[in-house]
Design a binder for this molecule. Structure first.
Ligand code: ADP
Ligand code: MG
Ligand code: MG
Length: 879
């Protein structure tokens, strides 16, 4: 029979301790911690399979499962010597969700289940602690009311707040047993009013209500949003963990806390966490009381602190990773409630991986595979300029590093709305909750008035790689007036502020940024990656400044130098326009002669920086009308310059207009119609080489790339043009020039005819942007209108312009690679386009046996790492 329930302390379950698909992350780790002999309260996991049945069977639980759960509860009763629903010694349980990957704060958990009007009295007697019993009961009613009965927690919290106000106290902890008695009655009234039913007193009804609610929470709006953002499949489902309660809220020798075995922000190898004495579960993350630094536990509970330190060490050794841990202390006894690999910033993930290699916990291959290459992005981007003037208006905890500036907004929806208008925002909240996920995703940074380093805002922001300052208690937010105050400052919605999540500072206005410092650990990791990767990494770059950045980041060549960008610069656009507006070949040639020196100089500069590395130069690609004036004034200017009438210019613009420019008179089609343009460009390249030779600059072997080829005849003709031009320059300068001629493969026909085309090409570069457009017949510029619907309806898994569509576009790449190499064994293959910097596309390129990928300068380190990961994964060389 299929195993659906897994008892933590049972051998046959313990062989499943790695099976997160079945047990979910939380369940699998509870089983594993139990197996390691750690103090875990007894309990069991209901597998994700049951969640699947639940949804397939009209949201009903199979009978078999109901019986088994009953049996498991009996077993917990035996171990704890308590009884579920007992009037003398009641067992209380927690019902906890747990999916395969952790979705912090996304799913629901219910504590203290099993309390009712009678068992609460039994609990009071048993513990001789009436306050504790009532506090637990009101928490249970609150959670059950919220999670199962769907009553907004606001209704309960408001009652507590108002009561505290009339009583004149500030902290929950100041409320007595009698106070809670009254509130419990009020809570029950709220439930009666909202659901027209009494709060359920029957403990089994409570249990199944809670289990059902956990399953239902898998499909709550916030869980769905989180999955969409993080590419988590909808079909996984969640497991449910039922576990005996232990109590951190029974008095001064009780506590509850969360800890990271290393600092999740910086990666520093130092305990990091927070705890609260006499508190339960969520109090630490909820931000209702400000928690204490875990290190101070060394004084308040020294024995427990030492025990925790030992356990942390053991867990790190077993999991070989930094752990995020939840624990509770009940009457001086420590209980472990959760462990998982902790979320961390990009900076921390590198430091931890590199440190763990040095500590011999993991190999450098494992270190490489552990880093999410995409997150490097956050490290390579600018940080606040130390020298810039800063008006600091508040400070808080440095919860997630990085700097961000934007307009202040107080609601998640507003942040989303502004994002659609391309506006940068800082989301400012008293504290965040899972409902704010959308807005946190939309905002550039997050600032909260309450909550610690492990608050919801902090954890989620670190996961997203977004700057966050949390717990800035100086700021007083008024949601209604849409302002916040901090000392003498008053900030309105829409005002610009800057936050620095590395220092916890909040500043007025936009603060200047500078290039980031690259850490030693980062370089070490990159060196390891370079040892393993096979793919070469080039960059897409046409300006000396970009080329320099890319070289500093480790680019091994230029994979795409777009010459049209050079045409727009300064005064040359005039000569470009003159060339386009020319009526005769002679006029055109004259205009081209003026452009020649500009192009030559551009190439000299780039060749110099590249110092012998390969440079792929793409000849003119866009349709000519792109260069024509767009405004009335530009029309007048060029007419004056060329001494022709405005009317003439305009009629030429109309003549050149195309219905469908992407498929129009562009790419090699220009070279066929106006060979003199390509001829000039080649001349510039070769003369630049001659010049470099004279100046003793290390010679570059240029790769001249002909765009938008679809037939062998096109490249045959244009190749001849390149060869002829080269021969002429060689003769004039009496030098030998080395170069390659190749083509961009960006049309499906070219991929299919790769065999013929390779006769005339030394290399292929897959222009995956255009190849994606032409394979799908989707225009990238217009796809915004429906791409979302396609992702929503699961027609597309991911945007094909971000990650290569392996089954279609990828198939064409494979065909072209195979056919091309059959024709010419030495054919060099690479890709350029946005995909060159996307880790999953890079993995595909490694599998397809390409020689290199080319990406934008800032993505070069990402590509280096991703290429090493791809190689290690492909060859399963990470063991
Ligand atoms: P999340 O996935 O949101 O972290 P958990 O299931 O871990 O939710 O529950 C949240 C908190 O509830 C835990 O950190 C812990 O403090 C408390 N908790 C859960 N189960 C128990 C239990 N059996 N005894 C005491 N506290 C518990
Ligand atoms: Mg937890
Ligand atoms: Mg193209």
């Amino acid at each position: 029979m299929e195993k659906l329930i897994f008892r933590f302390n049972n051998q046959s379950s313990q062989s499943f301790f790695k099976n997160k698909d079945l047990l979910g992350g939380k369940g699998a780790n509870l089983v594993k911690m139990t197996k390691l002999g750690l103090p875990v309260p007894p309990g069991f996991t209901i597998s994700t399979k049951v969640c699947e049945y639940f949804y397939k069977n009209n949201k009903k639980i199979p009978k078999k499962v109901i019986q088994q759960v009953k049996k498991e509860i009996n077993i917990i009763e035996k171990i704890t010597k308590k009884k579920f629903g007992s009037l003398s010694n009641p067992l209380l349980v927690s019902v906890r969700s747990g999916a395969k990957v952790s979705m912090p704060g996304m799913m629901d958990t219910i504590l203290n289940l099993g309390l009712n009007d009678k068992t609460v009295i039994a609990l009071k007697k048993r513990t001789s602690n009436g306050r504790f019993a009532k506090d637990s009961y009101r928490r249970f009613i609150q959670m059950y009311g919220n999670v199962v009965l769907k009553i907004e927690s606001y209704f309960f919290e408001e009652l507590i707040e108002n009561y505290k106000l009339t009583k004149g106290v500030i902290q929950d902890i100041e409320l007595t047993e009698e106070d809670w008695d009254g509130l419990i009655q009020n809570f029950k009234d709220v439930i009666k009013e909202k659901t027209k039913k009494n709060f359920p007193q029957e403990v089994n009804e409570q249990l199944w209500g809670a289990i059902g609610a956990v399953f239902l929470s898998w499909n709550s709006k916030r869980a769905k949003t989180y999955r969409k953002i993080n590419y988590i499949p909808d079909h996984w489902g969640t497991a449910v963990n039922v576990q005996a309660m232990v109590f951190g809220n029974m008095g001064e020798n009780c506590a509850t806390g969360v800890a990271f075995t290393r600092n999740p922000s910086t990666g520093e190898k130092k305990l990091f966490g927070e705890y609260l004495i006499n508190a339960q579960g969520e109090d630490v993350v909820a931000g209702t009381r400000t928690p204490q630094d875990l290190l101070s536990m060394n004084k308040s509970m020294p024995v427990i602190f030492q025990q925790l330190k030992k356990i942390f060490k053991l867990l790190e050794r077993k999991y070989k990773d930094m752990q995020d841990i939840e624990f509770t202390v009940e009457n001086n006894k420590l209980w472990m409630l959760q462990t998982r690999s902790g979320k961390r910033t990009a900076r921390a993930s590198i430091k931890i991986a590199v440190d763990m290699v040095q500590e011999k916990l993991i190999s450098n291959k494992e270190a490489i595979l552990r880093i999410d290459a995409n997150t490097l992005d956050t490290l390579l981007h600018p940080t606040l300029d130390e020298k810039a003037e800063k008006k600091i208006i508040a400070s808080g905890l440095p919860a997630s590093p990085g700097a961000a500036s934007g307009k202040v907004t107080f609601s998640a929806n507003e942040a989303e709305r502004l994002k659609e208008q391309m506006q940068d925002t800082i989301l400012v909240r008293i504290e965040t909750s899972p409902e704010d996920i959308n807005g946190m995703h939309a905002a550039k940074g997050i600032l909260t008035a309450r909550g610690g380093m492990t608050s919801h805002a902090a954890v989620v922001a670190r996961g997203m790689g977004k700057p966050c300052v949390s717990g800035s208690s100086e700021i007083k937010i008024d949601y209604e007036k849409k302002i916040f105050r901090s000392g003498e400052y008053q900030i309105k919605e829409g005002d610009i502020i800057t936050i620095d999540g590395g220092s916890g500072k909040v500043m007025l206005g936009e603060v200047r940024t500078v290039k980031p410092d690259i850490s030693k650990d980062f370089s070490k990791l990159m060196n390891w990656a370079d040892q393993y990767r096979k793919l070469k990494i080039r960059t897409n770059s046409e300006t000396p400044a970009d080329t320099k950045i890319a070289r500093d980041f480790g680019a091994e060549g230029i994979g795409l130098c777009r010459t049209e960008h050079m045409f727009f610069d300064g005064e040359r656009i005039i000569s470009v326009r003159e060339m386009i507006l020319s009526k005769t070949l002679d006029d055109r040639k004259e205009a081209l002669t003026k452009l020649l020196p500009y192009q030559r100089n551009d190439f000299i500069k780039i060749f110099k920086i590249m110092n012998g590395l390969p440079v792929t130069v793409r000849l003119l690609d866009p349709p000519l009308h792109e260069f024509l004036p767009k405004t009335e004034k530009d029309v007048e200017d060029i007419a004056k310059e060329l001494n022709i009438s405005n009317k003439n210019v305009k009629s030429r613009i109309i003549e050149l207009h195309e219905q469908n420019p992407m498929l129009g008179h562009r790419g090699c089609r220009l070279g066929i119609s106006f060979p003199e343009i390509y001829q000039m460009q080649c001349q510039a390249i070769f003369e630049a080489l001659a010049e470099c030779k004279k100046k003793k600059i290390k010679p570059v072997i240029p790769e001249i790339m002909i765009p938008l080829v679809s037939t062998a005849a096109e490249i045959q003709i244009l190749r001849n043009l390149v060869v002829k031009t080269a021969e002429e320059i060689q003769k004039i300068h009496s030098i030998k020039i080395q170069y390659y001629v190749g083509t961009m493969i960006e049309l499906p026909r070219a991929a299919l005819r790769a065999n013929d085309i390779a006769k005339y090409a030394d290399f292929f570069s897959f222009g995956t942007n255009d190849l994606t457009q032409t394979t799908f017949g989707i225009s990238r510029d217009d796809s915004g209108k429906f791409l979302n619907d396609y992702v929503e309806n699961k027609i597309f898994n991911k945007d094909p312009f971000v990650s290569i569509d392996e089954r279609g576009v990828g198939e064409l790449i494979k065909i072209a690679t195979e056919r091309g190499r059959i024709q010419k064994k030495s054919l060099k293959l690479g890709i350029c386009g946005e995909h060159g910097g996307d880790p999953s596309s890079i993995e595909f390129c490694e599998k397809a046996k390409l020689n290199y990928v080319s990406c934008s300068p800032y993505r070069v380190p990402i590509a280096r790492l991703a290429a090493a990961q791809a190689y290690l994964k492909k060859n399963k060389k990470y063991k």
